[in-house]
Design a protein around this ligand. Structure first.
Ligand SMILES: Cc1cc2nc3c(=O)[nH]c(=O)nc-3n(C[C@H](O)[C@H](O)[C@H](O)COP(=O)(O)O)c2cc1C
Length: 175
């Protein structure tokens, strides 16, 4: 990772660690051995959308590999960085492909985020009235990023609790 998405990933890591009271590892998806994901219970994946609706190339190259891991019983949350004004028809499109790969691997997706207050005209990352994960816009709304991450991480902590209460085996969080 590099650029805005890497900076955002660091902020998410710190916020999540504070919210959950555990150590959180921040890893580069371009280099990570995806087998390591099978040892984690909560996996947070971030990506920008590039080249009008495309995944960044390091993600594109590894999407199939992610889809073929065994992530049954794992919770996966997604966040995306994009530019809703510059690319209003394809805002955060890359999250859709990552969501589909994680689902194909058997993961349970958490962390949907309301579209209320966002201005865009199209996105593959929609699930009903929600985005499939946290929607960020470092090009136009960077002043909102930290607050959005704080609210989202608190939401994730609640959803992890609910998943545990619902019987999903979430034994330990990433250490
Ligand atoms: C050539 C180009 C194409 C882009 N296409 C999209 C897009 O289709 N959808 C979107 O939401 N953002 C798009 N963006 C905006 C980036 O996702 C945004 O600037 C993001 O913060 C970049 O993250 P990075 O610094 O980690 O690469 C595009 C940016 C560029 C320069």
């Amino acid at each position: 990772m590099f650029g805005a998405t890497e900076e955002v990933a660091e902020v998410v890591s710190h916020a999540l660690a504070a919210e959950l009271g555990v150590a959180v590892q921040c890893r580069d998806a371009g280099w990570l051995d995806f087998a390591e994901l099978e040892d984690q219970d909560l996996i947070v994946i971030g990506s920008c959308t590039w080249n009008i609706g495309q995944l960044p190339s390091d993600w594109e190259a590894r999407l199939e590999e992610l889809a073929q891991r065994d992530l049954r019983g794992k919770l996966v949350a997604l966040f995306g960085t994009g530019d809703a004004r510059g690319y209003p028809d394809t805002y955060l499109d890359a999250l859709d492909a990552i969501a589909k790969a994680a689902t194909a691997a058997g993961a349970t997706l958490i962390g949907e985020w309301s579209t209320a207050g966002y201005r865009f005209s199209g996105s593959l990352a929609l699930r009903g009235d929600n985005f499939v994960g946290l929607a960020l816009d470092e090009d136009n709304d960077d002043d909102l990023t930290e607050a959005r991450i704080g609210v989202w991480c608190a939401q994730l902590a609640n959803e992890v609790d609910q998943a545990r209460a619902g019987g999903l085996e979430v034994s330990a969080l990433p250490a």
